[in-house]
Design a protein around this ligand. Structure first.
Ligand SMILES: *Cc1c(COP(=O)(O)O)cnc(C)c1O
Length: 491
């Protein structure tokens, strides 16, 4: 069962099951649903699972959580991992140095790790909607990776419509093309004049608009969200951390029970939260190392105990999916460690004063599970070039993990870093890392140059984008968004 991170307001149910939590993700006082207890692995779990496939392992873990979804639906959802490059290993673990392993989470249809969770999640959400005979609208604002992955998973799914807002000029060409060439009749993609914040604010004011709510009601459409705080995504993000450990056992890199570091390039903290839950369930993890870019709010929190955005402005970096000031899933860790009363207090301080401070013992408790470090674009570009020379290609997000590997890993035990995107999504940055001539070229040229120089292949789903028909050419002013959406819903 799931309970609320900021306590119960007397109107919402006290406890809800999995399907309720994923269809109605917002809890009392603006909080989130979190598991009341976590299942625990027995001593032999990991060796027992060594003989199983990724999908079989995933099913075991979902069963441990006793989710209220029929097994046949869970299996069909997990079959979507067959769409990944290697259906037997959707998240392959690659050894890069004697103590450094990369958990490659980007082999899905949109080449970002968002697919690991959104592929099965989208299927389950659609099945639940169909079973309840309800229609849902999923609204998404994206800075680049969430949009394509959300559109792909819901393409032509029954009882679901998706509207995706992106900032025109604020994404890479590849990311934009992934969205505007989306084919499903139930999908609508709208570019807006403005940046990601404008897209997100437009979405927020839409959700508050009475006329919009009225028109949804008339058409019998319910709102839901597929964003990274939805527990239906988090649950699938626990699994790949466990599979990386089992892979290390299989490859004889460690003995059952020996500990590892897990390093995560962090934005909204979903990936890191998955690792935290896995650790609490009994995965032998020494610490979870959080890598940030120059938007280093998580590093500040985990090293000083202070979360203060009052004087911070969002900075643009070469790892845009980590350009975040409010990291939403941190709330679930605060709740898990300090309870709902304290969690609610801290979250109110954040919204009122734009900052909160943990006391000494709270900081100590956080640091038992986490440490963090940040790096700048220079570091990312140097690291990309250095690793490419040695034969391994890291995208700009994954490159930030190397800083953690080099500086906050005191013990000589295996370090698994999570690779969250394929290089092809950020080709201009990749090519610039090799060339360093300040001449930034477009995605098409950069893809070609980088691939030719390093002899790495570009998957068909990326190279074919440039010749695909654009289905969603519209770029509108913020004032036109509501009308575009209502027209789409009627049509
Ligand atoms: C979404 C994303 C991240 C951040 O993941 P969180 O779970 O939000 O911390 C990092 N890298 C890439 C490429 C992403 O798309």
């Amino acid at each position: 069962m799931f309970i609320e991170t900021r306590g119960n307001d007397g109107k919402n149910p006290q406890k809800v099951n999995f399907s309720y939590a994923i269809l109605n993700p917002s809890a009392s006082f603006g909080g989130l649903y979190s598991p009341e207890t976590l299942p625990q692995f027995d001593k032999d779990f990991f060796t027992r699972m060594s003989a199983k496939s990724y999908k079989e392992l995933a099913l075991e873990i979902l069963k441990l959580f006793r989710v209220d979804i029929e097994e046949s639906i869970l299996k069909e959802a997990l079959d979507l991992y067959d769409r990944f490059d290697d259906k037997n290993a959707p998240a392959p673990l690659v050894k890069v140095k004697p103590d450094l392993f990369v958990n490659e989470l980007y082999h899905g249809p949109t080449r970002a790790f968002k697919d690991m969770a959104l592929q099965p999640f989208g299927y389950i959400l659609s099945c639940l909607a169909k079973k309840q005979n309800k229609n849902y609208l999923i609204l998404a604002a994206t800075s680049g990776d969430t949009g394509p992955a959300t559109l792909d998973t819901f393409e032509n799914r029954e009882n679901i419509k998706v509207v995706c807002l992106y900032p025109d000029g604020g994404t890479s060409d590849v990311q934009r093309l992934q969205m505007v060439t989306a084919e499903g009749k139930n999908l609508k993609v709208i570019g807006i004049h403005g940046n990601f914040d404008d897209a997100q604010n437009a979405l927020k004011s839409l959700l508050a608009s009475e006329s919009f709510k009225e028109s949804l009601k008339k058409q019998d459409i319910n709102l839901s969200a597929a964003n990274s705080v939805n527990f239906g995504r988090i649950i699938f993000q626990i699994i790949y951390h466990i599979s990386s450990y089992i892979e290390l056992l299989k490859q004889n890199e460690l003995k059952n029970g020996e500990k590892i570091y897990i390093t995560v390039p962090s934005g909204n903290f979903g990936n890191a939260l998955g690792a935290y839950y896995a650790k609490k369930m009994g995965l032998p993890v020494e610490k979870i190392l959080i890598a940030s870019n120059i938007n280093n709010i998580l590093t500040e929190l985990l090293t000083t105990g202070v979360y203060d955005i009052s004087k911070k402005e969002l900075l643009q970096s070469t790892s845009p999916a980590m350009d975040i000031l409010i990291s939403s899933n941190v709330e679930r860790v605060l709740f898990d460690k300090f309870g709902s009363t304290r969690c609610k207090e801290l979250m109110s301080e954040l919204s009122e004063k734009k900052s909160y401070a943990l006391n000494e013992s709270e900081l100590k408790a956080l640091r038992e599970d986490f440490d963090a470090v940040y790096s700048d674009d220079e570091f990312a570009l140097d690291t990309i070039a250095l690793f490419a020379k040695e034969g391994y290609v890291l995208d700009p997000h994954t490159a930030t993990c190397i800083k953690a590997y080099e500086t906050i890993k005191p013990k000589n035990i295996p370090c698994v870093i999570c690779s969250t995107a394929e290089w092809t999504k950020f080709a201009p940055t990749m090519w610039n890392a090799l060339e360093r001539n300040e001449k930034i070229c477009g995605d098409k040229e950069a893809l070609h140059n980088f691939s030719k120089t390093l002899k790495v292949r570009i998957p068909e789903c990326i190279s074919s984008l440039f010749a695909k028909e654009v289905k969603h050419p519209n770029v509108v002013e913020k004032s036109q968004i509501e009308k575009s959406i209502t027209d789409f819903l009627k049509g």
